[in-house]
Design a protein around this ligand. Structure first.
Ligand code: 5GP
Ligand code: ZN
Length: 113
């Protein structure tokens, strides 16, 4: 999609280190981390809102969660704990409309968010 930050990162128009990539999604570090581990798991195709998802889109979401869990283990937060967050629309504070799953961990998040 034109003028979408995450589409531009995926397409290489904006440079950002891609930490992981598969048929469904890719992973980057959040530019403004709120915790020692803050990764964004992003579908390779431009999907925006969960309420518009088709059956095939849920397969992508499923895969994103699987990647997030594997990354939580790889990043060493699977035992200490972590948070998986998808923001949707204004009241969530969503900044980028291209759907993404935040993996946040590495310190105590109780009382935050
Ligand atoms: P949202 O608020 O939409 O759920 O999350 C968007 C996230 O993207 C924010 O946490 C923000 O810090 C991150 N972000 C915004 N611009 C960039 C960028 O250019 N590169 C990277 N890696 N992350 C970004
Ligand atoms: Zn996009």
């Amino acid at each position: 999609m034109d003028d979408c930050l995450f589409c531009k990162i995926y397409g290489g128009e904006i440079s950002s280190e891609i930490l992981y990539k598969d048929d469904y999604c890719f992973v980057i570090k959040d530019i403004n981390p709120v915790a020692p581990v803050h990764l964004l798991i992003i579908p390779s195709v431009h999907l925006a809102y969960l309420q518009s998802f088709e059956v095939e889109d849920f397969k992508i979401l499923n895969s994103m969660y699987k990647v997030a869990i594997e990354l939580a283990i790889a990043e060493g937060v699977s035992e200490s704990g972590y948070r998986l967050v998808i923001n949707q629309k204004r009241d969530s504070g969503q900044q980028v409309s291209h759907l993404h799953l935040h993996l946040i961990g590495g310190h105590n998040l109780a009382g935050i968010g």
